[in-house]
Write a protein that binds this ligand. Structure first.
Ligand code: ADP
Ligand code: NI
Length: 223
């Protein structure tokens, strides 16, 4: 394959945007282009206050969900592989490609089970950016969208949240969507890597608590 000539970084980013938009056409709303755009924006915002390589952060944020293993028979390598092929095709150097692939792998299901242990400042920023999109108003919308897709109940006072479940068990559970707040969404704040990420997460966390309070009030016919 002929190597592309070296392009300025902004041009490489905009080619990546085009590639990701194309790849995600028709994706479900939890992981569509708009999720990527939000994570990309969050990542840029967080990177302003971190000593990290913004180019790597932007590319990794853009490419982190191009092949969700949930929709590819659990194959965790499709995402990093597709990202790697694309980055090679636009002439990105190997060391950067390898770093971005590690970031993508690290944000996956196996990583959440502690089977991958990779750390870099860039990874921390992108992971925070993705977590921010799982909490707050958007996080609530995504959770109920997912719950609706799985035909879950909104809430059931007879089914308490199961804490300390690993992601595999919890994917199988038919628990109501409100439980997901206690099993995952309200735990994310304490996992934030960066200071800016934590600051934003704290606000969004508070919003979720307010939301839940109102939810139970309405559920119980109060107010
Ligand atoms: P991500 O891609 O953000 O790391 P997932 O692919 O696990 O996370 O989930 C995508 C979205 O669906 C997230 O906003 C997440 O909170 C939501 N979600 C995942 N599992 C559940 C669940 N059991 N109930 C409700 N929402 C869920
Ligand atoms: Ni994501």
């Amino acid at each position: 394959v002929k190597e592309s000539p070296k392009l300025p970084n902004r041009e490489l980013i905009s080619q990546t945007v085009q590639f990701v938009k194309q790849t995600l056409q028709g994706a479900e709303s939890g992981h569509d282009w708009w999720h990527i755009q939000r994570v990309w924006n969050n990542a840029i915002l967080i990177s302003n206050t971190e000593q990290a390589d913004t180019f790597i952060i932007e590319l990794a944020a853009l490419l982190h969900d191009i092949a969700d293993s949930k929709f590819h028979d659990g194959d965790e390598e499709i995402g990093p592989q597709k990202a790697g092929e694309f980055l090679k095709s636009i002439g990105i150097e190997d060391s950067i490609i390898i770093h971005i692939q590690r970031i993508i792998r690290n944000m996956s299901f196996k990583a959440s089970l502690g089977q991958i242990d990779f750390h870099s400042k860039e990874m921390e920023v992108v992971q925070d950016a993705d977590r921010l999109d799982a909490i707050g108003a958007i996080g609530i919308a995504r959770a109920f969208t997912y719950g609706g897709f799985k035909n879950r109940e909104l809430y059931n006072p007879e089914i308490p949240p199961a804490l300390n479940m690993n992601k595999e068990e919890y994917k199988k559970s038919e628990a109501p969507t409100i439980n997901h707040f206690y099993e995952k969404l309200l735990l994310l704040k304490d996992k934030m890597n960066t200071e800016t990420g934590l600051r934003i997460a704290e606000e969004r966390h508070q919003f979720m608590l307010t939301y839940l309070e109102q939810f139970y009030n309405e559920w119980n016919g109060e107010q």
